[in-house]
Write a protein that binds this ligand. Structure first.
Ligand SMILES: Cc1ncc(COP(=O)(O)O)c(C=O)c1O
Length: 487
């Protein structure tokens, strides 16, 4: 029997314990970094990051917020990154950082991985980035995905995860003839009108974006993470929808909303699958983050669940641009068949640059390399090690913080912004206070040479050797030692 692990997740964290810790964190007064130390951290940016400051200040005149990407760090100002390699990033001032942003998740092999880059350059030299016609890597990528995820019987490549989520719900509605789509509160399924609802924080409704007509959201519903049987839980929603046109799809991030920021029980997805079967709704797995990062079989392979449709992004193009796609049951996927016309049964999707040779080849070669190197498992081991190191630091310093991981996706909870309760009358003041702490934590980590996602999420990669993890834990320790009330 082979003992080779194929999934990044070595154990499932105790969900009840994490939920209890989350309640305690948001009930307790926040614990920011000491003011004198924060001053020092901010001085780092002024003295060591002058070129970043100058360029992003100039950019702010032409680019809203001074930066095009909403994952970029903005406090005290965005860093201008000049170079990326493996586990590290370098800014234009020559400072080196350990990279736990990993571009938001797509680079399981590490940043700027040469063997993939070189194959992509070969393709570019031959046919450039786009022709608008079929290229063999479209087929090779679809075949490779199908080999690892047999439930993805057919695959349509698109430009982003957002587009892929839109395509999945359109296909589900077309196929079932129903309108309602149910999502989990707090889940992020991109920024399309119909899915920016209850995003990031459960129950937050349209709070994340203005400019969306309420009528657009009349068929989008959310239920609280893990709430299957409650009064407003999934079962109740499906039952209620039965007499109101029925439910087309239930869409989940399989590790829990916002990449597991609200952890779900181990059997959550199986229970959702069973209810979808009972009510004839399609199950859509949003594997934009988990697809290939949690293992080559995705979260669906890890949980042993067959979704009807799967949404892809990020890893599907190996960290290169135009990363999106939807796949699944052939009878549903056939509604995407290309060509002008086609009548009522067709699910229209498009994209001038979708499935261009560059993105398709990049995805193909990256997944092949992940297969060859067992990168998802190596990245997961690095995640386990980092999690254990951070847990020890938190315990040793007696902090009310907590850390957990699903393989290479880690959550380091120090402020609890995404854990706040929208029904709390103090929600808005708490949100702005804790958001400030999140910004400060992120800035402090950067000043200690570590880039995170929003100061609380960390993605590890195959490039994170034991030495990198040790350096990182030491850097986090220096920040956490300076939290108010320590010692
Ligand atoms: C679970 C999930 N779905 C969808 C998306 C949207 O993907 P994209 O940013 O490619 O539009 C994201 C992006 O972070 C995501 O995390």
């Amino acid at each position: 029997m082979s003992t080779t692990r194929t999934y990044a997740i070595s154990h499932w964290p105790d969900t009840d314990e994490l939920i209890a810790k989350a309640h305690r964190l948001v009930a307790a007064p926040p614990r920011p970094i000491r003011r004198d130390k924060m001053k020092e951290y901010l001085a780092y940016f002024e003295t060591r990051c002058a070129r970043s400051k100058a360029s992003t200040t100039a950019a702010a005149k032409l680019i809203p917020g001074g930066v095009q990407h909403n994952l970029a760090f903005n406090y005290p100002f965005p860093l201008n990154i000049a170079r990326a390699d493996g586990a590290y990033l370098w800014d234009v001032d020559g400072n080196r950082y350990i990279d736990f942003l990993q571009a938001g998740g797509p680079t399981v092999l590490g940043s700027n991985y040469a063997p993939v880059r070189e194959r992509v350059i070969e393709v570019l030299n031959q046919c450039g980035p786009v022709t608008g016609l079929f290229h063999e890597y479209e087929y090779k990528l679809a075949e490779l995905i199908n080999r690892h995820m047999p439930h993805v019987e057919m695959f349509r490549m698109l430009g982003s995860g957002t587009e892929a989520c839109m395509a999945a719900i359109r296909a589900a509605r077309n196929f079932t003839g129903r309108s309602k789509v149910i999502k989990v509160g707090g889940a992020y399924h991109g920024w399309s009108d119909q899915l920016v609802f209850g995003t990031r924080i459960p129950g937050s409704g349209m709070f994340e974006s203005a400019g969306i007509p309420e009528s657009t959201l009349q068929h989008t519903q959310e239920f609280y993470p893990n709430d299957i049987d409650g009064e407003s839980g999934l079962h109740a929603l499906l039952e209620r929808n039965k007499s109101d046109g029925g439910t087309a799809a239930v869409m989940v991030e399989p590790l829990g909303p916002e990449s597991g920021s609200r952890p779900v029980q181990r059997d959550f997805n199986a229970r959702v699958r069973a209810l979808c079967d009972e009510y004839g709704a399609l199950l859509v797995f949003d594997e934009v983050v988990t697809g290939f990062r949690s293992g080559l079989g995705g979260a669906q392979g890890f949980f042993g669940i067959k979704p009807d449709l799967t949404v892809f992004g990020k890893c599907i193009a190996g960290g290169f641009p135009a990363a999106g796609g939807v796949g699944g049951r052939a009878d549903i996927m056939k509604t995407f068949a290309a060509g002008i016309g086609g009548g009522q049964q067709k699910t229209l999707v498009g994209g001038t640059l979708s499935a261009n040779p560059l993105s398709a080849a990049a995805g193909y070669f990256a997944i092949l390399e992940m297969e060859r190197t067992n990168a998802p498992v190596l990245a997961g081991r690095a995640g386990d090690k980092l999690c254990a190191g951070l847990h020890s630091v938190i315990e040793e310093l007696g902090l009310p913080f907590f850390v957990y991981n699903h393989g290479s996706i880690l959550h380091l909870e120090t402020h609890g912004v995404l854990l706040l309760d929208v029904s709390d009358p103090e929600f808005f003041p708490k949100l702005s206070q804790r958001r400030k702490i999140a910004e400060e934590m992120g800035a402090a980590y950067s000043a200690e040479g570590i880039i995170t996602l929003a100061g609380s999420r960390l993605y590890t990669s195959m490039a994170d050797t034991d030495e990198v993890i040790e350096q990182a834990v030491a850097g986090f320790r220096r920040v956490l030692e300076n939290v108010e009330g320590v010692r």
